[in-house]
Design a protein around this ligand. Structure first.
Ligand code: SF4
Length: 252
């Protein structure tokens, strides 16, 4: 895996969360990155940490302010879960098992654990899984997947290794193309120059205005700022039910 780490040193982008070992800042970045591209996250990450620099500050903030700082990132429930996680940390400190925190799954836990404390755990998302399956030449699921991923982590280099695997899966060994000639794992990869990519199936386009996410955003703005939501009653009620279930608006 030295080739992978050497390659990563030459391509790594200067993203602000790569300059810190603060677990709170890293958790903020990982939650923001769950469904948003890195380049888009940067200004939100910096503004959010400027407004809520610590878990204690975020835990004490009114929900409206948190949602305002989150506005534009989408998926407001992520911001809500992050505040609940901050409240847990502010009250009890960081748990040994980070998946005990609201909104933190095994991937986020492994990423934060390795970046903040050098925990020797592989962070496995779909990109990393694809790289592993291609290099080993077989499908992997569940424990076998996590074990194979953990076995590839070089001692003491978990943080860089996880970043490198994510970067490789996002830029070189992607779902749509395998750039084997530019890949640091080429010599050791069971699938080098043999990856067959299925043609993309055309997807029916869905207007954003027709999505549940749009409806929830409209209703949330209506509740918080009194703006008319413009929705029909059935859609409004469904969106409200979803927001209530996520704890973003109170029960009425
Ligand atoms: S050699 Fe090709 S298939 Fe193997 S990991 Fe690299 S890009 Fe992916």
């Amino acid at each position: 895996m030295t080739a992978l780490l050497d390659w990563y040193e030459t391509v790594k982008r200067p993203l602000p969360w790569r300059e810190t070992r603060d677990p709170y800042a890293l958790l903020v970045s990982e939650v923001m990155l769950q469904q948003t591209q890195a380049a888009r996250v940067v200004p939100y990450y910096e503004a959010f940490l400027g407004r809520f620099p610590t878990a204690e500050a975020l835990a004490a903030a009114p929900l409206e302010e948190v949602l305002k700082a989150w506005s534009g990132l989408g998926y407001n429930r992520r911001g809500l879960a992050l505040q609940r996680a901050a409240a847990h940390v502010a009250a009890h400190g960081w748990p040994e098992d980070l998946t005990e925190l609201p909104g933190v799954g095994p991937y986020t836990a492994a990423a934060v654990g390795s970046f903040a404390w050098d925990r020797q755990t592989a962070a496995v998302d779909t990109n990393v899984r694809r790289v592993l399956e291609r290099t080993l030449g077989r499908p992997l699921t569940g424990r076998a997947l996590q074990s194979a991923a953990d076995a590839a982590v070089p001692p003491g280099r978990a943080a860089d290794h996880n970043q490198a695997m994510m970067e490789l899966g996002a830029t070189v060994c992607t779902a749509r193309v395998a750039r084997c000639g530019s890949c640091p794992l080429e010599a050791a990869c069971a699938s080098a120059h043999r990856v067959q990519i299925a043609p993309k199936r055309p997807r029916k386009a869905v207007r954003f205005e027709d999505t549940e996410r749009y409806a929830r955003g409209r209703v949330l703005r209506s509740v918080l700022h009194g703006e008319p939501d413009g929705l029909d009653p059935v859609r409004r009620e469904r969106a409200l039910a979803g927001l209530r279930a996520d704890g973003l608006v109170g029960a009425r």
